[in-house]
Design a protein around this ligand. Sequence first.
Ligand code: ATP
Length: 295
Amino acid sequence: MTITTNTEAVVRVRGLKKHYGEREILRGVDLDIAAGETYALLGPNGAGKSTTIEILEGLRRRDSGEVMVLGEDPLIAPRKWKSRLGFVSQGTGDFGPNTPRELLRHFATIYPNPRNVDEVLDLVGLTAQAGLRANKMSGGQQRRLDVALGIVGRPEMLFLDEPTTGFDPEARHQFWDMLRGLASDGTAILLTTHYLDEAAQLANRVGVLTGGRIVAEAPPAELGGPEARTPLVSWVDNAGEQREQRTDEPARLVAELVAASGGTEPRNLEVKRPVLEDIYLDLIAQDAALEGVNA
Ligand SMILES: Nc1ncnc2c1ncn2[C@@H]1O[C@H](COP(=O)(O)OP(=O)(O)OP(=O)(O)O)[C@@H](O)[C@H]1O
């Protein structure tokens, strides 16, 4: 008997390489995702996130490296393997004049153990639009339908490539709640997003893909190490110079600055506690600087 535990690797990638023409896009990517884990793959435009996902889905060939998804190599996996995966790719589908309910009913027949169609419509907030022509729905509603089609097959592994593009804030929050529910049922999720707050909200771990490699990987609250979270105090000094200093004791520094200016607050005084977005941008900038040195 196979016992599934939360530590079982659903995705295992080692040394993944891929080039297009002369350009090396992936230069040795390592990645592990466990059952029930949500992993957010972050990186600038063109870093290779979609390429990585497409290789894991078996839609694209790799140059080299080891890739296992649900115990199979996507390049030689049997047909039924695909029915254990869910996909929401970038951009929205061409739905034609069908309604969300019709499309979901059709897709549900493809899978051995599909979710109830009405339940899925409710999960993605499309119950009111279930009988409307999908090609007449708004962009955000069509994106919800993409998500609905991705989860109707009750996937064990769900790939979401920028899933919430076009969602209004309320829809995004509903979507986060839905993903938390799927993850707590054991679904492994690989998510790409340019919304750092989304990654912070959802991911157990985030990985930063840049320069063809994952340069940092950690739970969102730990990315970049404790130093990256040190508060930054900035101000304009008496000579008009912009100054900044990182310190674990911002209140003490501010008090010193005030005392040094004879009791008045320095101009443009700001105390900033770095959030995931700041840390991510620093990591990308550091990597770009290193690439420049090594070029
Ligand atoms: N079929 C292809 N042929 C040639 N180049 C490609 C092909 N597909 C992608 N690329 C290039 O590979 C690079 C990585 O693309 P990819 O779509 O994987 O990046 P991404 O990280 O998902 O970007 P984004 O955040 O903009 O979606 C880009 O420079 C892209 O132009």
